[in-house]
Design a protein around this ligand. Sequence first.
Ligand SMILES: Cc1cc2nc3c(=O)[nH]c(=O)nc-3n(C[C@H](O)[C@H](O)[C@H](O)COP(=O)(O)O)c2cc1C
Length: 334
Amino acid sequence: MDLSTKYLGLDLKHPVVASPSQLSADLDGVLRLADAGAAAIVMASIYEEQISAEEIRHAALTDQGADSQPEAAGYFSTREDRGVLESRLEILRKASERAGVPIIASLNGQSDAGWVGFAQKLQQAGASAIELNIYRVPADSAETGAQVEESYAAIVRAVKQQVSIPVAVKIAPFFSSPANLATKLAGAGADGLVLFNRFYEPDIDLKTLTPQVNLHLSTPYDIRVPLMWISLISPRFKGSIAATTGVWSGEEVVKYLIVGADVAMTASALVKFGPAHIGVLVSGLRDWMERRGFASLDAFRGRLADHRRAFDAAALMRAEYRDILTAGYASVIR
Ligand SMILES: Cc1cc2nc3c(=O)[nH]c(=O)nc-3n(C[C@H](O)[C@H](O)[C@H](O)COP(=O)(O)O)c2cc1C
């Protein structure tokens, strides 16, 4: 049985990829994920703020003397902090040499300022590709949706000018028209999309009346939003598509492939069960293919991608929605 797939032009032995988390933040973790059989590993993100702060500190220490920008230098007050970016590059360098599978570096930011130049260093350190996680909350009511989208495209263009390796863009689902944004990002040079980023919205603690910011792991139920959008976007998007969110078993891997994803990424399940869970996902996929008599991923990938004309797809989805809410009361799961 052939589980091989291509993602961002990289040849992968199967479609299960480790999504960034604390497990891919250090060399030991990356090598454990590789030993456990991950087809590729996306390292934990390097953040725009880390890069900017390090640059400010560097300027403070070299150009104008350590005391001239004390508050800037204060970003990195300890010896460990000072080498944070250099040590991340070193981990990437070693991981790329030793892991035996493609290592994808993740850059996480929100502006197209100078920090995107760091992408070049990631390529030099051996990254096979870059995953650009654009995470920002458009809190300004004067900013239009078109402006928000253009800011995403500008970051992609800026990063693409820095590197020759493939660049995938990880976005959230909260856009007026995700399918149109996908086209815009492809126009800006994106080689792939990672759908979708999870937002970590705060709750409220009613005892202390304070916002409660905490991280909840996903559940398989959470695949539904990416599943729908990947089904709509995949037939019309020329680059690669990675599905992220809710992959806990081989079933979610299968579902994402059926709607047209090239790979399925997983983080929560690995955080909970450890890297060995990759084996569970791959054998779940293999078992399902065996039962159905599929010899390769291409035998079923994209079967439920939405190839209807956009107008028909929209009309049918509207009809389904109406039917579910009006006639489907009896099927509500309690
Ligand atoms: C503990 C934890 C740490 C994460 N760190 C990162 C990160 O550094 N960069 C990033 O792009 N996504 C990060 N994510 C998001 C995941 O990579 C993934 O896209 C998201 O959690 C959805 O997948 P899942 O349902 O398998 O968790 C993190 C998720 C978790 C749970």
